[in-house]
Design a protein around this ligand. Structure first.
Ligand code: FES
Length: 165
């Protein structure tokens, strides 16, 4: 019985994978199934949170040293393509200067992923916009560093604290 179940499960898995391969590039599937940089960075130097038109949310956390993004992570409650886009955009931002990361566009993410279907193009836009927001946050805090004192607490109350209720 258990063997039959295992076999059926494997077959189902293979069917799902085949269906996905019809729709998404190999790279998108890889980033969707093995997302890089998933999760929060405590006390980020930059934080962006955007709710897209589809109702899904993305958050991006940045650590910056000098003018370099030394670490970047993301979180989303969105679809597979949004996970792949968040994973890819944080990979693209990491190790880059803030100025270079500011130039990352929806199209850059799409190119890096090998494209997305028409109905998922906005998922890459959500990732690009969230990165822009996180960079804006970093630059704002750089200009007004005293805001850092309460900023971390604000970020905590946005999602972490919501999810505990
Ligand atoms: Fe909402 Fe992909 S459908 S981010």
């Amino acid at each position: 019985m258990a063997e039959e179940f295992d076999q059926s499960f494997k077959e189902l898995e293979q069917t799902v994978m085949k269906d996905m391969e019809q729709i998404y590039s190999e790279k998108t599937i890889d980033h969707f199934l093995n997302p890089r940089n998933l999760g929060q960075i405590p006390a980020p130097d930059g934080f962006g949170r955007i709710v897209g038109g589809c109702g899904d949310t993305m958050e991006i956390y940045l650590k910056v040293r000098g003018d370099s993004i030394t670490n970047a992570s993301f979180w989303t409650d969105g679809c597979g393509p949004s996970i792949a886009s968040g994973s890819m955009v944080t990979e693209m931002a990491k190790g880059n200067s803030v100025r270079e990361a500011q130039k990352i566009t929806q199209q850059d993410i799409l190119d890096a992923l090998g494209g997305l279907p028409e109905e998922s193009l906005h998922c890459a836009l959500l990732a690009a916009d969230t990165l822009t927001e996180a960079i804006k946050d970093y630059l704002g805090l750089k200009k007004e560093p005293w805001k850092r004192a309460y900023k971390g607490r604000q970020d905590c109350t946005r999602r972490q604290c919501d999810s505990k209720t």
